[in-house]
Design a protein around this ligand. Sequence first.
Ligand code: TYD
Length: 211
Amino acid sequence: MRKGLFITFEGLDGTGKTTQIMELEKKLQQLNLSYITTREPGGTPIAEKIREIILDPENTEMSSQTEALLYAASRAQHVSETISPALQNNQVVICDRYFDSTLAYQGYARELTLEALYQMNEFAMQGIKPDLTFLLDTDTQAASGRMHDKQMDRLDLEADFFKKRVRAGFLKIADFEKERIKVINAALSVEQIHEAVWDYTKEALQNKGLV
Ligand code: TYD
């Protein structure tokens, strides 16, 4: 059995995932635990190139099917080159987004069939599933309000109703997998959210015998 711990952060853009990842990194450093932080789409040079194609605002003709396949292609490379070797090496892997984003964005929001998404991603993920997932949840207005100072990519430019479907999708996924996915109210303070994240992470590390 692989020993490392695979943690993912999910949620709409602007829910504070990056801040929480940084807070978690600080804790792991204090404990001298070996970890890597990575993200999707991207996380390896090849996957970052795929990311550029996916997010380029000029690619307005991209079909939903192409989009889903590109996310899966990026994920396949990321799993092979980064995530799987780190887990084999007993490291903690923190990943900003993973397959739950595909289910929420391409499945619930773009309305591709979940079955097709599961199939292509089972092939891409090669059996590597997160041990623990944090879903930072807030309403779409609050999330959009925190994005004003960034350059908008192709998916950021989607309308509010699209984001509402993404949010509802994430909550449904979390409902199916209560054990793995912890829903946290992203409107809480950074400290409060971090406390919740750390409580669950500590327990998972203990269960894996990593602390
Ligand atoms: P992210 O890197 O979180 O965006 P940003 O740099 O804008 O904060 O993710 C890029 C976008 O890709 C984001 O809008 C969510 C979307 N996405 C999917 O639609 N499906 C997926 O499988 C993944 C991983 C991301």
